[in-house]
Design a protein around this ligand. Sequence first.
Ligand SMILES: CC(C)(COP(=O)(O)OP(=O)(O)OC[C@H]1O[C@@H](n2cnc3c(N)ncnc32)[C@H](O)[C@@H]1OP(=O)(O)O)[C@@H](O)C(=O)NCCC(=O)NCCS
Length: 186
Amino acid sequence: MAFCDLFKEFVPIRVDEDIYLRQHEPEKDARPFWEIYQDEDNFTYFGGDRRPCDYDEEREIRKEASRVKGFYGKREYSWVVTCQGEVIGQIQLFNFLNHNTCAEVGYFIKKAYWNRGINTKVLKAVCRFGIETMGLERIEAFAHVDNIGSNRTLQKAGFMKEGTLRKRFEIKGKLYDCNAYSFVRG
Ligand SMILES: CC(C)(COP(=O)(O)OP(=O)(O)OC[C@H]1O[C@@H](n2cnc3c(N)ncnc32)[C@H](O)[C@@H]1OP(=O)(O)O)[C@@H](O)C(=O)NCCC(=O)NCCS
């Protein structure tokens, strides 16, 4: 299928009996994602400056709607990770490069669900989709050197560490090293 045709109709992914990856539904997902964003532990190693804030439905719906716009604008393929119907995280392919043969993957799972193998399964399923359905040759990922869960999940999903990028992540105004990983076809 041509790359641009992949963005006409969103493809959900059934990972297993419990885990299902679906498209963002702004009105339905605004509050569950806001709740996840309130726990700073979920974003210790994320770039930028995320802080807890009051719930503002319009703002949160706009954030979720931007994910859907990103999809129809062919800029990102972002799935909501659900477990038995509950919103527990997000995973996306974005930064499409080199005639759409390369993409970056980013993800998070809410803390209550960590260390149950969920992200590893989700990442494997999304890589399979990226390589087999989207025709990608390379999927890359960057993880803060101290982010054990992220480094581990990438290794378990078959990514290879390519090196350490020094002072590459800016978090709340400070610079940190991060590891660069790739998953390639073949
Ligand atoms: C990174 C993240 C998505 C991993 O999700 P997850 O569902 O917990 O991942 P998995 O359970 O598949 O794998 C996690 C692995 O890390 C290991 N791990 C996590 N924290 C650890 C620690 N402090 N010490 C040792 N091992 C640790 C787990 O034991 C597991 O490895 P194992 O299966 O070999 O035991 C999740 O921790 C998260 O969302 N973190 C916050 C957001 C984030 O950092 N996103 C990535 C940005 S690059």
